[in-house]
Design a binder for this molecule. Structure first.
Ligand code: IPM
Ligand code: MG
Length: 369
């Protein structure tokens, strides 16, 4: 038996319904693959604001710091648009990232074979796509000070944020990028705006220096705007894209769409390894999609695939991670699709049917083995 403690944070919008499906999958691994999961579930984001008066309660944060891994659904919704910034749902997520120092955000964009035709790009451009956006997650303009909206003595108002990076923050992100590339296809694109921004010049200098420690990895520098363009022009030229918090936010949405659906993409946010253990949060890249919440339309696969990343990175369990990813591919091959990825002429299945289909596929794989 392998003991594993998990904190599940369903959050808002479609978060709760996709996490219900994830629990079916987690239970299957508990019953069939030798895991003894100790699961805590709690609120985050808008749900936590309603229950605790803030988007991340102190007790929740304490639990988050104690568990092996956290899996969340999504946060946010229009009903909290007018809440003060530090109490908004997103603030709960940002605090969690910051407090756990989850600086390395892995956002793979892989095009599952069955879905190549669902992309908005030509099939040949995306089929077989396997790239990884590595986004810095705890610094940059998301957290830089000063920030604010102010009125100058002459009456003019202005809003401002600060893009700021310590050398150590860029270094550790780039090290993570090179280490990931070493296990993949050996190429890192370091992305910034060195043509306009001082922090970009600084980023490039450090990327170049860190790159010298990895002679077997190819390092290329690219401006963020060009990277956005190249992602839709010829996405397969990339392996690992290492970039800052804001560019990573934007480029990962762009990369996500290449794969056919935002509903398919998982992510992992990892801290530094300390005594062999690292803080880790797994979440789908998609948002809370309030427009379809509660209708059984949401695609739970991004959350399911996030759990596969959890098995891989938190429990060092490639075998079971591969098994779960295979189950997802098998279900897609059977043309079982939620509405976001449904092929023409095929009736889409509900969120919960999709969860059941994954569990069935896992059972079939287990029997076949
Ligand atoms: C993401 C989201 C978040 C971000 C929001 C919800 C705060 O867009 O994880 O990409 O901007 O980082
Ligand atoms: Mg985003």
């Amino acid at each position: 038996m392998k003991d594993a403690s998990l904190l599940l944070l369903p959050g808002d919008g479609i978060g709760p319904e996709v996490v219900v499906e994830l629990r079916k999958v987690i239970d299957w691994f508990g019953n069939n693959r030798g895991y003894n999961f100790n699961i805590t579930e709690d609120d985050l984001g808008g749900a936590a604001y309603e229950r605790y008066g803030k988007p991340l309660a102190d007790e929740t944060l304490t639990t988050a710091k104690s568990v092996d891994a956290i899996v969340m659904g999504s946060v946010g919704g229009p009903q909290w648009d007018n809440v003060e910034r530090h109490l908004r749902p997103e603030a709960g997520l940002l605090t969690l990232r910051k407090e756990l120092d989850l600086f390395a955000n892995l956002r793979p964009a892989t095009c599952r074979p069955a879905l190549a035709s669902a992309s908005s790009l030509h099939e040949d451009l995306v089929s077989g796509l396997d790239i990884l956006i590595l986004r810095e997650l705890t610094a940059g303009v998301y957290f830089g000070e000063p920030r604010g909206i102010e009125t100058l003595p002459d009456g003019r108002r202005r809003g401002f944020d600060t893009q700021v990076y310590f050398e150590s923050e860029i270094e550790r992100l780039l090290h993570a990028g090179f280490e990931l590339a070493a296990k993949r296809n050996g190429k890192v694109h370091s992305v910034e705006k060195a043509n306009v921004m001082e922090s970009g010049v600084f980023w490039r200098e450090i990327a170049t220096r860190v790159g010298k420690e990895y002679p077997d990895i190819t390092l290329e520098h690219m401006y963020a705007d060009n990277c956005a363009m190249q992602l839709v022009r010829q996405p397969k030229q990339f392996d690992v894209i290492a970039t800052d918090n804001l560019f990573g936010d934007i480029l990962s949405d762009c990369a996500a769409m290449l794969t056919g659906s935002l509903g398919m993409l998982p992510s992992a946010s990892l801290g530094a390894a300390i005594n062999g253990k690292r803080a880790a949060l797994y979440e789908p890249v998609h948002g809370s999609a309030p427009d379809i919440a509660g209708q059984g339309k949401a695609n739970p696969l991004a959350t399911v695939l996030s759990f596969a990343m959890c098995l891989r990175y938190s429990f060092d369990d490639n075998e079971n991670a591969d098994l779960l990813e295979q189950a997802v591919d098998n279900v897609l091959d059977q043309n079982i699709r939620t509405v976001d990825i449904a092929a023409k002429g095929v009736n889409p299945v509900s969120t919960s049917d999709m969860g059941d289909a994954i569990v069935t596929a896992l059972g079939n794989l287990q029997t076949a083995a």
